[in-house]
Ligand binder design. Structure first.
Ligand code: MG
Length: 377
């Protein structure tokens, strides 16, 4: 039992009733099991690559935009506040946050959607499942096992969604998708922390890039209300500072709403253990109806005005061409792949070959993918 376990809520994920690791290991001496998970994630090569992977803007477009790495750190920062205030496992939620995007392809969503199309005859590509593949299989550093051999709880938080077909191929982790049950609260909250982080930082990045204007933002209710308050209180600050102050208040507003609503849902269910939460078919972690509506409105706003902005679409189109080009080339030409692939792919079916190639492409940073495309095509 970790020395922190007895300070946590009875329905928090606790080390003493963890479902453990796929490969048995001796207990860490000075760390908790979940600290060990977090540390392994930080030491992984997939984690270091996040710094060169696109969130919305390609890494080389500017030094100040979010990357997958800074996004993951922001998710972790929000998630830790949520865990702390609800007496949940903060170390575990940090591990989940830092690992949640490890399976992301280069070039953000465009890359992942294209890779999914490329893989349509070979079982498809799901970025969430890919994050799990990274920590379960693809990291290649420990003597006794492939992957990072993380605890069930951390893996539960990484796998947010999963198709039924793929869930059936998994160990116990797939069961909740088949039974339509929920994961523990830490996993539920990290999912929302992800959305809170990107909805707010994408406004910031979009505004910085000149793709979103203040006039447009005033269409968003979640933005408009705090903005008027800021304008009244600080009439003499410049527009940029006003927007930042508004964003910071928006984040606080949705976080406070999430905490108080989740608290109320917990009180109503009165769970005695994490399994009481896992047994439910509905989520306990949620916004109030009003904030949920406005948060979705913000998401739609970003979809229309930022993710589909012609400047962003230009990158999207280029990304699709590169991913498709690389996939086709590797499928046809062994010599285009690194030398050790000859050995790895020897005698493998077309299906396994495609999966290995998808793993290879998904692992690439933006700049490596661009360099490979230039080299080969
Ligand atoms: Mg994310």
């Amino acid at each position: 039992m970790s020395r922190h376990d007895n300070l946590l809520a009875c329905y928090a994920a606790q080390e003493k009733n963890s479902k453990g690791r796929l490969n048995k290991e001796s207990k860490p001496k000075y760390r908790s099991e979940f600290q060990r998970d977090r540390d392994r994630i930080i030491h992984s090569s997939a984690f270091r690559r996040l710094v060169y992977k696109t969130q919305v803007f390609v890494n080389h477009e500017g030094d100040l935009y979010r990357t997958r790495l800074t996004h993951s750190i922001e998710v972790s920062q929000i998630a830790r506040t949520l865990a702390q205030s609800l007496n949940l496992n903060e170390t575990l939620i940090e591990a989940m946050s830092l690992a949640h995007d490890l399976g992301h392809t280069p070039f953000g969503h465009a890359g992942q959607d294209k890779l999914n199309t490329c893989m349509k005859d070979f079982g498809g590509f799901e970025h969430n499942l890919q994050s799990l593949r990274v920590v379960d299989h693809l990291e290649y550093r420990y003597a006794e096992f492939d992957g990072l051999n993380l605890t069930f709880e951390t893996r539960e938080g990484i796998l947010k969604h999963c198709s039924l077909n793929n869930a059936k191929q998994l160990d116990e982790l797939g069961q909740r998708f088949i039974k339509r049950h929920q994961p523990g609260l830490e996993a539920q909250l990290v999912n929302i922390a992800d959305a809170i982080a990107y909805n707010h930082h994408d406004i910031d990045d979009g505004y910085r890039a000149g793709l979103i204007t203040l006039d447009q933002l005033m269409e968003v209710n979640l933005f408009k209300k705090p903005f008027y308050g800021v304008q009244e209180k600080y009439p003499n600050i410049d527009e940029r500072r006003m927007i930042h102050e508004t964003l910071r208040q928006m984040i606080s507003l949705v976080i406070h709403d999430l905490i108080s609503n989740t608290e109320a849902a917990i009180k109503e269910l009165n769970p005695k253990s994490i399994d009481d939460i896992r047994g439910q078919s509905y989520k306990l972690a949620k916004f109030s109806d009003n904030i949920n509506f406005e948060h979705l409105e913000l998401k739609r706003f970003l979809n229309t005005n930022l993710y589909k902005h012609p400047k962003v679409m230009e990158m999207t189109n280029r990304a699709e061409i590169m991913i498709q080009g690389l996939f086709d080339k590797y499928m046809l030409d062994n010599d285009a792949l690194p030398d050790d692939f000859n050995e790895i792919l020897k005698g493998k079916t077309e299906m396994l070959r495609a999966r290995k190639i998808a793993d290879y492409i998904a692992g690439m940073t933006d700049r490596f993918a661009i360099a490979e495309f230039k080299r080969l095509i």
